[in-house]
Structure formats: C-alpha cells, structure tokens
Design a protein around this ligand. Structure first.
Ligand code: F6R
Length: 622
C-alpha cells in the first residue's frame, strides 16, 4: 500500500526520490517523506498530506557527496496520517521506511520500553529502528542488525534502513510486500516498491523474493537472504513497459487517459496471448499453464474488487463456452473457509497489481493443498505471478488511476480468450459458434475506438448523464446475464471516484427488496443491450420508471423503443438491427460507458479523481 523508493549513486538523489514517489503516490498518499545523506550526515524531511508538501521542504537543497537516500508515501494503518507518523522514522543514527504491518508490534514495543526506548510515533514501523539501533549498540554491523531484527517480526512487510554509522548504503528486506531493485547503468542502485518508479532509468529489474536481504551501494546490488549471507543468485527480468505510457499525455486525469486507452489495451493483450500466425480461432499461444486450463474439471476464481467483477465475467464465459464449472470467490472469504476441493479443480487468482494480500494468501494455501494455481496479473515479476504455478499477463501497461479501468478490460479479455479456446474442444457446434465470435472479437478494438472518440456521441452522452444527475440521492446499476458484472463494476466505480452511494444489482433481484428505495430522486442505470434477456431487462426498466426512478439507459445504437423511456440514452456502437453480434461480447462495450459516467460524476463533484480518499492501488494488507 505504501510506496518506497531508494537510490545510491551519482545522480541527484532528491530528484530521483521525488520523481519515484510521484510515480507511487497513487498507492498511498496521506503523508510522505525522504531521508538522505548530505556529506555523511543524515537528514529527514517529511510531512502529512501529499508529496507536494515535502517537495516544498526540499526546495533549494542539493546534498553533497555520494547521493544516497530513501523515500516513502504512506497509507496509514497504525496511527493517524500526521507528520509525526510519516516515514522515514529516525531513531538515533538509524533511519527507515516500512511497508506492511508488524503484527507483534505491541509485544515488541513492550520489550523496547523495558530497555528504556521511547517511540515518538504511534506507528508499528518506528519500532524496527529501535531494534536495529539496539543491535548496532552491541557492536553488530548494519546488515547483520537488520537481518536479526527482521527475524523478530511477525506479519508481512518490507523495510529499508540506513545508518549514519555506516554511510554509503541502504539495507532492505522483503517479506510479503513487494520490492524491486535495479542496477543504475551509471553506477549505483535503485530500489522501489513498484517497478513504475524506476522505469525511466532502466527496464532491467530484479524482483526480490520473500526473505531476501538487499544491500545497495555505489558498486550496485548485493542480495542474500534472511537465512544465509550467501549470494541469492537473483536474476533481472526485462519489463516491456515504456516510460512514455506513464504521463498523462494531455488528459486531465489518468483515469480518463486509461479509459481512452482501452482499444490499445485490447490489441496489446490479444497480441501477447494469441499466436496470430495460426489461423484457428482463439489460437492461444502455447505457454506453461495452457494445458492445465485445458484439463481442468472445475475452476475456482478468486479475486477482490474490480478483479472479482472480471472473474465473474470469466465464470459466465468459462461456463458457456468452456463448459467447465466455475465458482467465484472473494479471496478474503475463501482464505478463511474450508472449501471442498474436487479432483481436477484449478484455482485462478486475478489481481491487476499482483500484490493483493488476500489473493496471494489463497494462492499459497491452494498450492499447499496441491491445487494447481494460475494467476492473471498486470505486473510481470509481481508476487502473485511468482507464487502461482502458472502466470498469465494482461498487457494493460501501467495503470496510475487508483480506480481500475483498462486493467479490468484486459483481465476480462484473458478469461474470454481462455473460454473461447476451451469451447473449440467441446463440440463441432460450439466450435463453429466460437469461430464466429472470434471474428467479432478481433474487430472489437475498432468498435471501442469509434465509441471512445472524445467528442463522440457515447462520450458526450456519459457527460450529459453526469451533469443531469449530479445531485441525485443515489444510483442503482442493473443488468442481466453478461451485463450483471458490469452493473457491479459501474456501481463500484461511482462509489470509488465520486463518493456517491450506488449499488449494482442483477436486474431481476431489485424487486426482492431494494425497489423499496426507488423514488424520483433515485437514478437507475439500466444496462440493456439487445441480448437474449433484453425483453426481461426492459420490463425491469418499466417497473422502475413506473415507481418514479430516473433512468439512464445504456444499449444498442438505434434502439428507439427503449431510448424513449430513458431520461438519458447512452448508445454503444452496435446497431439494434445487428442481430448477429454475439451477446457474450457486450461487456467490452458496456464497461467504458459506466467508467466514463463515474469519471464525469467525480469531476463534477470535485473529488480527487486519480487518488480518491481512503483507497490505495495495491492492497498489501488484509
Ligand atoms: C477498484 C479497484 C479495487 C481493486 C482491488 C483488487 O477500482 O481497483 O477494487 O480491484 O483492490 O486489486 P488487485 O486487482 O490489484 O488485486
């Protein structure tokens, strides 16, 4: 959740720390700070609030000597978001940043107090500095002290530590929360909790493993483990993300940019997963894991939040095309249940960040129980991709908006490709249906592109809908079949970025209770594409309208029948006359509409669109 950056070398350290933290500010952003050496003296600057407050404190400072420092953006867990609780924490000659939770912090605090140490903050993190200080007092070196202190911690976290007694290096340990390191081609070392912070310097990254101990100094990177001082033999991987994808490129917000990037996201993800040299439909490129998917007797789909919604779509497609039972689970629930596991079950853990604690935990648990685990992540080298038996990747590129948009579409696409691929093997009849769908699928990026023209009718209608209903009391998103997961996703997006109460429902469920809330101040967003459940959804729309709800309809262009019953109509670029368009593809066209509506609502409400309150991009605590 917190962002961590470190640098040692010859480049201006404060520039690197601040730039890196800016790239990570989307992760956690209630306070920030940096610690750096200036002629072998340690300095700390930190502040509550956004990074810009720290930038002000650093204005005009140019540290002398070897450039060495660490920085942090915080997402508070223990103690309020105050300057006192902000990282780095300094304890005597030791300074540290920390990401994650020290579960036994009360015990550690009590022991430290007995030894006469008095922590200044309310955090669990600060305690680690005292542990290191205590070990160094007894004559141990920094690395040894960090290694021994870390072994006393329970819970998942990573730390980065420096000491004025041993200038010239930082020492880091990873256990459960991510750390990635890179050698500076100009001499020295980079460290960060997320590769995005380092991409503009190098694409060769070393993803640390749990239990790794890293020393970064002018000569580069040295990685051993908590168990052994021997070289751990970690190898660098090359990331294919380009640094230019990391700027807003003229868009007002990352969220808007990332929504608009979805046609390319689709193309990139198709290209990366398919072997387009082959002519069969759904020509899934052979990679480890494909065979496991083919032989699965049952899928268990585990994820959180938006990734859960993508998995729900996955369930519908895997069942329809693949003919394989697929059970959908919240990772946070499944990990504490005792599920009945049948032979042939395969767990699929989906996570854009690849770091979500609950999804990671269930992957580890299922592996332990002998269930093959497959992951879908957007980050090569992420913990989930490494901990699962087989890692598949979306090619959404870096996503900075905390609200997931393009990564959702890419995850959904991976499921779609798998389902289509499995369908080919079922029967002649399904295989020929799948062929038709594949031909439509590869045209979808063009349709999406036409729909997402900034001044196009769909985009304008989303904006108009937001303007018209910006002061509504509350929103329901409803849909049936493939539209239901999109209804859930729309409601989540609106809550997240506009802070407006909204709920997603299966259209048929509304009358079982929630319809009591409907009056003229409520708005229902009805996802009503012309699929096999269309007539039923239209009836639900009528029921709501009759009870006074305002209606925003999202459906086929030219569907005049439904349009006239809606207060605002958002058309998707499939004509209502086009009866051949396969209904399983509608989610790809519906989701940008609910994303854009939420985006414009957030803008009108004046919220912090890319960094909504209380959220974090990468949820590495349970
Ligand atoms: C919503 C959102 C969250 C994440 C959830 C899981 O916009 O981003 O609901 O989907 O926290 O995160 P990942 O996909 O990284 O496991």
């Amino acid at each position: 959740m917190c962002g961590v950056v470190g640098y040692v070398g010859r480049r201006p350290v404060l520039d690197i720390l601040v730039k890196g933290l800016k790239r990570l500010e989307y992760r956690g952003y209630d306070s920030a700070g940096v610690a750096y050496f200036d002629s072998d003296k340690l300095k700390v600057e930190k502040s509550e609030g956004k990074l810009v407050n720290v930038e002000k404190l650093l204005a005009g400072i140019a540290p002398k000597g070897l450039q060495l420092g660490i920085g942090h953006t915080r997402w508070a867990t223990h103690g309020k978001p105050t300057t006192q609780n902000a990282h780095p924490h300094r304890t005597g000659h030791v300074v540290l940043v920390h990401n994650g939770i020290i579960e036994n912090y009360l015990e550690i605090k009590a022991d430290l107090k007995k030894k006469g140490y008095e922590p200044a903050s309310e955090t669990d993190s600060e305690l680690f500095g005292f542990l290191v200080l205590d070990k160094m007092k007894s004559g141990k070196k920094l690395v040894e002290s960090v290694r021994e202190s870390f072994k006393l911690l329970h819970g998942f976290c990573s730390v980065v530590v420096m000491s004025e007694q041993e200038p010239g290096k930082f020492v880091a340990v990873r256990n459960g929360t991510p750390l990635v390191a890179a050698v500076d081609p100009q001499g020295g070392a980079f460290l960060a909790s997320d590769a995005q912070a380092l991409l503009e310097y190098t694409k060769e990254m070393i993803f640390l493993e749990d239990g790794d101990v890293l020393v970064g100094d002018e000569s580069g990177i040295h990685i051993s483990t908590l168990a052994s001082t021997k070289d751990a033999g970690r190898k660098a991987v090359t990331l294919n993300w380009s640094a230019d994808k990391m700027d807003k490129q003229g868009f007002e917000h990352y969220m808007l940019k990332e929504i608009m990037e979805q046609p390319m996201t689709m193309v990139d993800t198709l290209n990366s997963l398919l072997d387009r040299a082959r002519t069969d439909p759904f020509p899934l490129a052979e990679q480890p894991g494909v065979e496991v998917l083919r032989s699965a007797k049952e899928f268990i789909l585990a994820a959180c939040g938006t990734s859960w919604h993508a998995s729900l779509l996955g369930k519908y497609w895997l069942e329809r095309w693949g003919g394989v039972p697929a059970n959908i689970e919240y990772s946070s629930e499944l990990r504490y249940r005792d599920p009945v596991l049948r032979a042939g079950a395969v767990l699929i853990g989906t996570s854009q960040s690849g770091e979500t604690a609950d999804t990671l935990a269930i992957i580890k648990e299922m592996r332990k129980r002998g269930v093959p685990t497959v992951s879908i992540t957007n980050v090569r080298g992420s913990t989930i991709s490494r901990e699962s038996n087989y890692g598949f990747f979306t090619s959404a590129g870096p996503e900075f908006s905390v609200a997931a948009t393009k990564s959702f579409l890419a995850q959904a696409l991976v499921f779609f490709l798998w389902a289509g691929h499995l369908g080919l093997r079922r029967s002649k009849d399904i295989a020929s249906q799948v062929q038709v769908i594949f031909d439509q699928l590869i045209k979808l990026p063009h349709l999406l592109e036409s729909m997402l023209k900034p001044d196009g009718v769909m985009v304008r209608a989303c904006e108009e809908a937001a303007k018209k209903f910006q002061n509504a009391k509350g929103f329901f998103f409803i849909g049936r079949g493939y539209s239901f997961p999109i209804a859930l996703e729309g409601a989540l997006k609106l809550k997240e970025v506009a802070y407006v109460h909204s709920e997603g429902y299966a259209a048929g469920e509304l009358k079982h209770g929630p319809i009591a809330m409907i009056d003229k101040e409520m708005v229902t967003i009805v996802l009503v594409p012309q699929d096999s459940l269309y007539e039923k959804t239209v009836s639900n729309l009528q029921e709501l309208k009759a009870r006074g709800s305002k209606i925003i309809g999202i459906g086929n262009a030219g569907d005049e029948k439904v349009k006239k019953d809606c207060d605002v109509w958002i058309p998707i670029p499939v004509k209502s006359a086009d009866k051949d368009f396969d209904e399983s593809l509608y989610p790809f066209l519906l989701v940008p509409a609910v994303q854009l509506f939420s985006y414009y609502m957030a803008k009108l409400k004046g919220t912090d669109v890319d960094q909504p309150r209380n959220l974090a991009k990468s949820v590495t605590v349970e």
